[in-house]
Design a protein around this ligand. Structure first.
Ligand code: C5P
Length: 409
């Protein structure tokens, strides 16, 4: 997906060993469809050469405010105005301090100061030693930078080039790309709290084995990511899946349907949207053996008895907040045939405003899907597309259905 098609990013590098990651970030930005203009400080050029950054961006790097290539000799004006966003990665402690002071004695700080603030966002990816990060001066500067309208993207935690371990690593290139892509998405869910259930559940028979299903969690994780991109606070209640947590999303890991119900009920207390994508097991073993159920040599398999699991969506759709419209509930239906009829019937049965149908065997584990939206007005198809694109379309559809003005949470 060319998430950044048509976008022009000014990628600013300042002095720090994390400059090696900026080469990969540049490549990812280009792969996502952006054009990239690299600007480097003198310190950045100590860590990585402009040759590398020129090769990856396909454009000569700028490093000096006296660069005569610009016909008007004003790279600090021209470069900032051409950009859709300025990304500083890595942003050193010193460079952040300089931004806070409005200093402008070299090209990168000069063009940050000269940028049209209402149109060109400044995204800052700090990188420094953990003591420098924790220092009150740095934290004070970051608060001021935020108050001055920049977006500080946070830092990672872990091993640092100095040999110490802690906060202050630059975010990984893929995480930075996710933040940059999110920045450009419309903020249709700003101020909302969205709770999403995702993945399968695992219903234990004994400490070793259990019953689960093929749900990969990809659709639910894509919806969580799209909701966060759209400006919502997002809580993702996830069954056992191998999916990375989307940036900025709080994740609660659960195993069984009962655990998922408890986590979802807690999370929806102040939520405004609930999206149930989880493939919850309908039944769980009635008894859980404390020890592994062994073969006893008789050739007789054990007899398992089952009890019905709670219907999480139904339970939440019946709460007073959902009934009053303060919590907008969205259900999913994975069918293998007769999608329209099953989806309509399921929406009625669950008493929810919006139900999303898909064909189970065509979606489990896949990166793309096709959706059928069923609401009181009728049926609408979202044709086959990558799950993230469908998730963004679904988020826009949900946002358009939320009652306005919004009831207090
Ligand atoms: O009833 P059925 O399982 O077909 O309904 C599917 C929808 O209900 C999905 O949104 C699913 O996440 C939700 N569901 C649930 N708890 C269950 C069963 C289904 O939340 N126990």
């Amino acid at each position: 997906m060319l998430d950044l098609a048509g976008k022009h990013i000014l990628l600013g590098l300042t002095g720090g060993v994390a400059c090696y990651k900026s080469a990969e970030l540049c490549r990812l930005l280009v792969k996502a469809g952006a054009t990239v203009q690299v600007v480097m400080t003198e310190a950045a050029a100590q860590f990585i050469t402009p040759v590398t950054m020129q090769a990856l961006s396909g454009r000569p790097v700028y490093a000096s405010q006296w660069d005569a290539r610009e016909p008007n000799n004003m790279p600090h004006i021209n470069l900032g105005r051409e950009a859709d966003a300025i990304v500083l990665a890595p942003a050193s402690a010193d460079f952040i301090a300089r931004l806070v002071q409005g200093r402008s004695d070299e090209l990168l700080s000069l063009l940050c100061l000269a940028r049209p603030m209402e149109r060109v966002a400044l995204l800052v990816a700090p990188a420094m030693n953990r003591e420098m990060w924790a220092h009150p001066a740095t934290q004070r500067n970051l608060r001021q930078l935020d108050a001055d309208g920049a977006r500080v993207l946070g830092v990672g935690n872990g091993w640092q080039a100095c040999g110490e371990t802690g906060d202050g690593r630059m975010l990984e290139p893929a995480q930075l790309l996710e933040e940059i892509v999110a920045h450009f998405q419309p903020k249709a869910l700003a101020g909302e709290h969205v709770v999403v259930t995702a993945g399968p559940t695992f219903e234990a028979m004994d400490p070793i084995r259990g019953i689960t299903n093929h749900s990969s969690g990809k659709m639910g994780f894509a919806i969580a990511r799209a909701a966060r991109e759209a400006g919502a606070r997002v809580t993702l209640v996830a069954g056992p899946v191998h999916q990375p947590t989307p940036r900025g999303v709080s994740r609660i890991d659960v195993l069984s349907a009962e655990q998922m119900l408890q986590a979802a009920q807690g999370a929806v207390q102040d939520a405004t949207v609930f999206v149930a994508t989880a493939a919850v097991a309908d039944w769980r073993p009635a008894d859980q053996s404390a020890h592994k159920i062994k073969k006893d040599g008789s050739g007789q398999p054990p007899v398992l008895r089952f009890v019905e699991n709670p219907d999480i969506l139904l339970a939440i759709a019946r709460t007073p907040r959902a009934r009053e419209g303060a919590l907008f509930c969205v259900g999913f239906a994975a069918e293998s045939e007769n999608l329209v009829e099953h989806a309509k019937a399921k929406r009625e049965r669950k008493g929810i405003p919006l139900l999303v149908g898909n064909i189970g065997p065509l979606t489990f584990g896949q990166d793309d899907n096709a959706l059928l939206l069923v609401d009181a007005a009728g049926v609408r198809e979202l044709p086959r597309a990558p799950k993230l694109q469908l998730a963004r379309e679904l988020v826009a559809e949900v946002a358009a259905r939320l009652p306005r003005p919004r009831p207090a949470p």
